[in-house]
Design a protein around this ligand. Structure first.
Ligand SMILES: *Cc1c(COP(=O)(O)O)cnc(C)c1O
Length: 366
């Protein structure tokens, strides 16, 4: 077996190459590179897919979080609750606007924020919660929204890993006040460069976010607030327009691959497979197992030697990263997961043969 990467984009690129080359040529010929027809049409198409009123294309998922927080008027003195088991950008955006991240430990089954601990973290200064639909598994949004409404707190969903994921049949990212998506190339809907998206059903939030995207202006050269340059470019929008119609098929491919792993790996001692709660439609952005025998790093090294790449998302929980370490807090579940998790190779077109090889080596080295 040749080397098995964690993610292989060559299948989709080969399939889409004629369409991609044609779209690239069209953008080049049009001379419209920024905020042209592809961005506008993509925003309409993605809003329809997600069933949301407003979709604002941005230049990254990080900017979607940052602009989302600002559009919700969150700033210095405010607290924003989030999970310590996520990519750094979730907490970074909170600090970036001058607010304070408040971490709530995670549930070891879903790897998402443990909502039973959420209410205890709410203070009079809490202005927002950022739940993260980690690895493509939705947070229990019904429970979370009830609490948020009771305390009148904004909910900003970090859906960077869950394009097309669902909570009770509703698309993740469209349940809170704001949803933030990333189109980083390795995400389950990825561009071939940076990209992001903010969605909302609130007109005022949409207006403010669209102004923040272009230097705080509605009208060119008439700036009403301090903003950013955070536009999605035409080439990336054209790529995303080509890829969007495939996303359900690709997410189904990931789900099918998760079933194969479950069939091949269920019941192995020291190995816990990812859970899927009844309320969630998991899209398996990652297929992340737990190695509970204390030998995760050793196993990962042996797999690499056998030509199988895996990833550890995330080796250090956010509250223990150098920038936040001085908070001096402990989050036992997040710390435990950071030592146990291992993300196995997964992509929509992964073959059973590859999964059999990965599984047999994993079992052999356990
Ligand atoms: C990727 C990611 C982001 C950041 O998105 P970028 O497009 O890379 O800026 C934020 N949150 C989570 C959970 C992510 O996985």
């Amino acid at each position: 077996m040749k080397h098995v990467p964690v993610l292989d984009l060559s299948y989709e690129i080969n399939e889409l190459k004629p369409q991609l080359m044609e779209a690239f040529a069209q953008v080049l010929d049009s001379g419209a590179f920024i905020m042209g027809p592809n961005v506008k049409t993509f925003e309409k198409e993605v809003a329809k897919y997600l069933n949301t009123k407003h979709a604002i294309a941005l230049n990254s998922g990080t900017d979607a979080l940052l602009i989302g927080l600002l559009a919700a008027n969150i700033g210095p003195g405010d607290e924003v609750i989030t999970t310590p088991f996520t990519f750094f950008a979730t907490a970074e955006a909170i600090s970036q606007v001058g607010a304070t991240p408040v971490f709530v430990d995670v549930d070891e089954r879903t790897y998402n924020m443990d909502l039973t601990q959420l209410e205890a973290a709410i203070t009079p200064r809490t202005k927002a919660i950022i739940p993260v639909h980690l690895f493509g598994h939705s947070v229990d949004m019904g429970f979370l929204m009830e609490l948020a409404q009771k305390h009148q707190i904004h909910v900003i969903e970090d859906t960077a890993q869950g394009f097309g994921a669902e909570y009770q049949g509703q698309k993740a990212g469209t349940i809170g006040d704001i949803g933030c998506f990333s189109f980083f190339p390795t995400k389950n809907l990825g561009a071939y460069g940076d990209g992001g998206l903010l969605v909302t059903n609130h007109d005022e939030i949409a207006l403010k976010a669209s102004m923040l995207r272009v230097h705080g202006s509605k009208k060119k050269y008439y700036n009403e607030m301090i903003g950013y340059n955070s536009r999605l470019d035409e080439i990336q929008a054209a790529v995303l327009r080509i890829k969007l119609p495939y996303i359900d098929k690709w997410n189904d491919g990931r789900v099918a691959a998760s079933h194969v792993y479950k069939e091949l790996l269920d019941g192995i001692d020291g190995l816990i497979l990812p859970a899927e709660e009844n309320y969630a439609k998991h899209v398996f952005h990652q297929y992340t197992v737990r190695i509970t025998n204390g030998k995760r790093d050793e196993l990962q090294a042996k797999l690499e030697e056998a030509g199988i790449s895996t990833m550890v998302y995330y080796p250090t929980p956010v509250h223990q990263l150098p920038v936040y370490r001085s908070m001096g807090i402990s989050m036992p579940k997040a710390e435990q997961l950071a030592a146990e998790v291992l993300s196995l190779p997964i992509w929509p077109q992964i073959t059973r043969e590859i999964q059999e090889y990965v599984s047999s080596k994993l079992i052999e080295f356990m």
